[in-house]
Design a protein around this ligand. Structure first.
Ligand code: FES
Ligand SMILES: [Fe+2]
Length: 451
């Protein structure tokens, strides 16, 4: 069995002391979900200081290829250079501030501003300015540059950080690169990319992904296939602020009255990997290990070459990471999801939600099952959808319906800061890290809020 980083299968079902830091029990106040003072503080102290996924390396193959990513009121360009490196710049003209690029992806030898026609090279240097002799400090060409920011790569992604003094990306990501190496994420292709503006604060979606306490109520159907019983789940909170939860897959929930009763979804996987469900009658919880062994044996010859570097547990289980502060990476045996909520540029009661699904190439496979159903196995285009008019994936849809209702309830004078269970500790820690980063912004001496 290949071990992946600190993850060992026998850790499932308990939380390691080293990854279970104490929390203080700060109230999770309602106004943080709607106050502009909180949104300003989060931008200043958190979002402008951390690493963000800017897009896919696959979109930056040739010199001149670029991608952009908008984050709150700002925007970033990431561009492949002639020497093969990638550089990133704020997407704002240094002449008078006009936004330069408006699409998600593209290719240009020069970036030309649409206002007065200034032209910038791939490295951000100003190459042409109309009436260049008319500037009191001299011709700005060759001297003015787009404002550069930090950029790096990990997995299939380009990452940016607006803080030039940022910690190196691979240090910031720890321990994910080590723990996730076996999946060979860098080989994976984005087969689903949906974006939607959701009428709730970005942290409501964070809170949802930082606990599994809601699974029996909101996603009861998952219990036939994922063991969502909390004493059988591992929770780890890392010094970086990232965290993870690991749940057994191909394993009915121990919450069920009779977990060993066979379930149709488990039967399907048994058959898929050449096993006979009749051999597991009244022993459904033993199917998981048998499926791991079958995948180990048959996977490579069926084209699942990445199985060779994955641990036995990774062949069946769900490794659900939340990066500080706002990106969830859910690893499943078949691929992984990015579930990201970003603050809305102006309204704290809305957010931008991205759901991506990335899958490995498997020889001969042309159609795959994604969270929104079957799709061709090929790099996809972004679908921007109107909330409620199309699916974000059936599990995500279930989560979003509650997110919108919670946004309303958190305004109530009847909500007093939460009563948090042990298995929701990642939420408590998230808000305490946020309190530490932001202070308690906006509160005036008389208890009113600065809006
Ligand atoms: S604002 Fe870009 S050229 Fe003037
Ligand atoms: Fe959920």
């Amino acid at each position: 069995m290949v071990e992946s980083g600190v993850t060992k299968e026998h850790f499932l079902g308990r939380t390691l002391e080293a990854y279970d830091p104490p929390v203080r029990g700060d109230p999770i106040t309602g106004e943080r979900y709607y106050s502009k003072a909180w949104a300003r503080a989060e931008w200043q102290h958190v979002f402008s200081k951390v690493w963000h996924i800017g897009g896919l390396l696959a979109d930056l193959e040739e010199p001149g290829d670029w991608i952009t990513h908008n984050l709150m009121r700002d925007s970033v360009i990431m561009m492949r250079q002639d020497d093969g490196t990638i550089r990133a710049f704020f997407n704002a003209c240094v002449h008078r501030g006009n936004r330069l690029l408006w699409s998600d992806v593209g290719h240009n030898e020069k970036i030309t501003c649409s206002y007065h026609g200034w032209q910038f090279g791939k490295d951000g240097t100003l190459l042409f300015a109309q009436d260049a002799e008319d500037f009191p400090n001299g011709n700005p060409c060759g001297k003015a540059h787009l404002t550069e920011i930090a950029v790096d790569t990990w997995g299939p992604f380009v990452w940016f950080n607006m803080d030039r003094n940022a910690q190196p990306l691979h240090e910031w990501l720890a321990p994910l690169p080590e723990q996730l190496a076996g999946y060979r994420m860098e080989t994976m292709v984005r087969v689903l990319d949906v974006r939607c503006e959701i009428p709730c604060n970005w942290k409501i979606i964070r809170d949802n992904f930082n606990e599994s306490y809601h699974l029996p109520t909101l996603h009861p159907e998952l219990a036939s296939f994922i063991d969502d019983e909390y004493t059988d789940t591992s929770f780890e909170m890392y010094p970086s602020g990232h965290n993870r939860m690991v749940q057994k897959g191909c394993h009915p929930s121990k919450r069920l009255d009779y977990p060993d009763a066979m379930q149709p979804l488990v039967e399907d996987v048994l058959r898929e990997w050449g096993l006979d469900p009749a051999d597991f009658v009244d022993r459904a919880t033993q199917a998981r290990v048998a499926i791991q062994q079958a995948k180990r044996k048959l996977g490579p010859e069926r084209g699942f070459v990445h199985f060779e570097s994955m641990s036995d547990s990774q062949l069946t289980d769900y490794y659900h990471y939340t990066l500080w502060p706002n990106t969830t990476i859910t690893m499943s045996p078949d691929g992984f999801q990015i579930l990201r909520s970003e603050p809305h540029p102006t309204d704290p009661e809305k957010c931008i939600f991205d759901h991506w699904y990335m899958m490995p190439p498997v020889k001969g496979r042309h159609e795959v099952i994604t969270p929104v159903g079957p799709r061709p196995f090929k790099s996809c285009e972004r679908e921007t959808i109107i909330y409620g008019e199309a699916t974000l994936g059936y599990v995500a849809d279930q989560d979003m319906t509650i997110a919108v209702g919670q946004q309303q309830g958190l305004h109530s004078m009847g909500y007093k800061g939460g009563i948090i269970s042990g298995q929701e500790k990642r939420i408590q820690r998230f808000h305490e890290l946020l309190n530490d980063a932001c202070g308690i912004p906006g509160e005036l001496p008389d208890g009113r809020w600065d809006e």
